[in-house]
Design a binder for this molecule. Structure first.
Ligand code: FMN
Length: 200
């Protein structure tokens, strides 16, 4: 398929069928993440997969318990994300191991801040690869960051000190997903046509 067509047709899918995703397909989706670019090829990503029904149940009840500490408007939005996770066949927690920025830390600023951003950009590229790969295999995915509000609880559950970057939910689509308007090219492009005098 033409790459632009694939990119344009991908949607966030928040409702899933009760149908198992074969491990072979799941592995291919994760394989796509592995080939994403990352700063100095540091590959800062780690993926924790939750597929087991009992573990999923226990994870979901942890998230619902965590809701109580938030004010109502946040509670409502966060509750929506938890419902998406609850409905998913597979949940993948994406972690940043920060190994690259930990090394760069010795060099101080501005290198450290830049390494932190670079790691995040690499991980974002990996997640987008997964989004596109999932779509190409007929699997729906949602990329969620609202649940990061519960990262302390989630990290305790996983027993990790790594930085939670996103919660990804997967399943065979039970909805088409809404195609939201994208800005016109003219709204996002700016060609530089002259050089500011004060920088010369
Ligand atoms: C970094 C990031 C965080 C997101 N977090 C959430 C989220 O917490 N809950 C949710 O329902 N959707 C979330 N989304 C999905 C966006 O709402 C969605 O991508 C956007 O509305 C465009 O729709 P589309 O993906 O179908 O084209 C997130 C997407 C990105 C890239």
């Amino acid at each position: 398929m033409d790459i632009l067509k694939l990119i344009r047709k991908r949607r966030t899918i928040r409702k899933y069928k009760n149908k198992r995703i074969p491990k072979k397909i799941l592995n291919k989706i994760i394989e796509s993440a592995k080939w994403a670019p990352s700063p100095h090829n540091c590959q800062p990503w780690e993926f924790i997969i939750i597929k087991n029904t009992l573990i999923k149940k226990s994870f979901i009840s942890l998230l619902y318990r965590g809701l109580n500490s938030f004010l109502t408007p946040v509670k409502i939005i966060l509750n929506r994300s938890i419902r998406i996770i609850e409905n998913a066949e597979t949940i993948i927690l994406v972690y940043n191991n920060n190994n690259f920025s930990k090394k760069i830390n010795k060099l101080g600023e501005p290198y450290f801040s830049s390494s932190i951003i670079s790691e995040i950009e690499g991980i974002s590229a990996a997640i987008e690869n997964m989004h596109l790969a999932a779509h190409s295999y007929g699997i729906g995915m949602a990329w969620l960051t609202m649940p990061l509000l519960l990262k302390k609880n989630i990290n305790k559950f996983i027993n990790t000190k790594n930085e939670l970057m996103a919660v990804l939910t997967f399943g065979y689509p039970a909805e088409k997903g809404k195609c939201l308007r994208r800005k016109h090219l003219s709204e996002i492009i700016k060609y530089i046509k002259y050089i500011w005098k004060n920088v010369m």
